[in-house]
Design a protein around this ligand. Sequence first.
Ligand code: AAL
Length: 392
Amino acid sequence: MIFKLSYYPAFFALCLMFACNPQTVQNAEHSHFPFVLPKEKPQIKLSAAMERNYDRYMAPRPEDNELYTQFKYTKLEGFDYNGGDGTISRRDPSKVIFANGKYYVWYTYRNTPTPPKGAKNCNDTIPSADWDLAEIWYATSEDGFKWEEQGPALKRPEKPNPGWRSISTCDILEWKGKYYIYYQAFMEASGKRGDDCPVAIAYADSPDGPWTHANKVVIPNGPEGAWDQFSIHDPYPIVRDGKIYLYYKSDADGDPILVRMQGLAIADDPMGPFVKHPQNPVITSGHETTLFPFKEGMAAMVIKDGNEHFTMQYAPDGVNFDIASICSLMPTAAGPYVPDAFTDTKYGRGITWGISHLTNATTWSQNHAILLRFDCDLSLDVNDPEMKRHNS
Ligand code: AAL
């Protein structure tokens, strides 16, 4: 409908009267609604959606939330994939660390005569899944974009040691000047009962190795009926409170309710014993584990799978996580560069980049995967007075 020109003065007069009405002004000041979204939760009756917009997340707008980010992806230089025919795969990167003037990343490396063929068709040389018959390789970089593959950090140990069939999905710990790699230790092919594997460990004096398999399970599967009976996957150690906080995933043998939750095991020594937290599982969703110290607590990227997939979560005590934000296009199997992963920080500074993987996912067992870099903004200002106060 079009206003006749002669109506305009009357219309503006009405608007002016409304704006100048003391009652209108008072309401606007009182509620700020529905015109302005206040930063603090207003003391008025809110809808359920607005209640949780204030209570559940760290800020009412994503852009003000320190644990909200968008992700940017960049192809890495320096890796050969045999033309992408599925015979070479790199996946499940560790955290990135900085040592000896360069960045290091470790990852699952598979180079087999054929791409994965599924559990029925695998043998000693044909892999069942992308992470079957794998080794742990590593690469270094000066800028995080151009990488030099250095070769194997760890080959499979001799049968019957844990991991003789495959070693995969590792993560790194630096502790008292020594280095430790935690990895999934397969004793049968994935897709048979091999995925029911525990976590084993190797150690070295330098990130360049040489690495020694301890030939020892450090995080065993839970007892029958426990949520983590079937697997201990994606080990992810961080130093907190002078101890090793190792997060891990279990997949409950495909149980539709419990599928892929995350737990925590704590130890005073890298070799264990690790004590599983009585409140496990501490995260109910996600797939691979990705966490980092943030403020006084721990932040987690809860990526695919579960009711709370694609969220950033925060636990002030590293145990009791809540949703901080919802993000999209999150990095799969992210291994961030966590500058304070091992410093026992009292006020974590967050992350800005890391390495993740991308699979072509043509079958359940995934033909092959590539590594790529992600960039994000999940970091705090290092000059933040709070950070200085906590870490001084
Ligand atoms: C990954 C990880 C673990 C699983 C498989 C290989 O992305 O969650 O490592 O076992 O998939």
